[in-house]
Design a protein around this ligand. Structure first.
Ligand SMILES: [Cu+2]
Length: 310
């Protein structure tokens, strides 16, 4: 019996460990300092609130049992209504708990400011949210990807975001918090990976039929692996205006691949960046003061994909 029970426990533990080796999707399995602070913050909050919750959980059944009608203990005091020490405890402890939570929240919020640099010499990456995929542009490396973000372990990443459609929301839970992206505007996320692995990134903004498939892999690679990754053979056409117009269609990755004349099944795209300032051109499209030619890749509601599953 005991052996069976132990095996059961081992099997239970082995499952999440096995999953962890593939794709990490939770901030409770942090791959960098931002998620680590978030996980610590959650544990602190749980710990502090237990100061209030545990006495209630233990005290209520204890009092019910101790002063039960069948075998009452203690004095019967129906006229009792005030106790100064008790009032101090009942009000004082929650006040201390709220004060402690407030201080820690203040501290963590400042520490987790998405615009706060994670160190010197960050790798610049620009993210463009499309229906329903993400384009990641590496302006300094001359490459762009679709639905894959690779970052070198140990080097800070400065992600600048925008969208060329409706509002989008980027979340890479094991690495960094969630931030919105709006057309014509940019936001920033500074984060870094401290261990190699693959994290799941997603769009958490419900914005159309393909939204549930707008997930991407975030690969934290050792510096030499990252260099190899960024120099790999291109799996897609160069990211020029014509390519971008096709990517801008309302499609998930497989349909976009078909629109580009590639095998449907084949995973993320790695492209050469034909226009180094593509990101700025995309943001500029939404500014009335811009020139009439600011229409890079098309404006307005994108066309539907020619693929089978819009
Ligand atoms: Cu909101």
């Amino acid at each position: 019996m005991r052996i069976l029970a132990v095996t059961g426990v081992l099997a239970c533990c082995a499952l999440p460990l096995g999953a962890m080796a593939q794709v990490t999707a939770s901030f409770l399995q942090p791959m960098g300092p931002v998620a680590e602070e978030q996980a610590n913050h959650l544990l602190r909050v749980v710990g502090i609130t237990m100061i209030v919750i545990l006495p209630v959980l233990v005290g209520v059944p204890l009092i019910l049992w101790r002063y039960r009608y069948a075998a009452p203990k203690g004095d019967y005091a129906p006229r009792w209504e005030f106790s100064k020490p008790l009032e101090f405890v009942l009000w004082g402890v929650p006040v201390l708990v709220v004060a402690m939570l407030a201080v820690w929240l203040w501290h963590s919020t400042a520490k987790l400011d998405p615009y706060r640099a994670n160190g010197a010499d960050p790798l610049r990456v620009q993210a463009v949210g499309l229906d329903w995929k993400w384009v990641f542009i590496y302006p300094d490396l001359g490459i762009a990807t679709v639905d894959e973000l690779a970052v070198p372990v140990g080097r800070p990443v400065r992600l600048t975001l925008t969208t060329d459609t409706v509002m989008q929301s980027l979340l890479i839970a094991p690495l960094t918090g969630q931030v919105y992206a709006m057309p014509g505007m940019t936001t920033r996320l500074d984060f870094s990976a401290t261990r190699p692995g693959t994290a799941e990134g997603e769009n958490t903004q419900f914005n159309g039929t393909g939204f549930g498939r707008q997930k991407f892999a975030v690969r934290a690679l050792a510096p030499q692996d990252f260099a190899r990754w960024s120099a790999q053979e291109k799996t897609g056409p160069a990211l020029d205006e014509a390519t971008y117009a096709l990517l801008r269609r309302r499609s998930v990755l497989v349909d976009a691949r078909q629109d580009l004349g590639l095998e449907r099944a084949g995973g993320p795209l790695m492209m050469a960046l034909a226009r180094p300032d593509a990101f700025d051109a995309i943001v500029a499209k939404y500014h009335a003061g811009g020139s009439a030619s600011a229409t890079w890749g098309g404006i307005g509601l994108p066309a539907r994909t020619t693929g089978k599953h819009p």
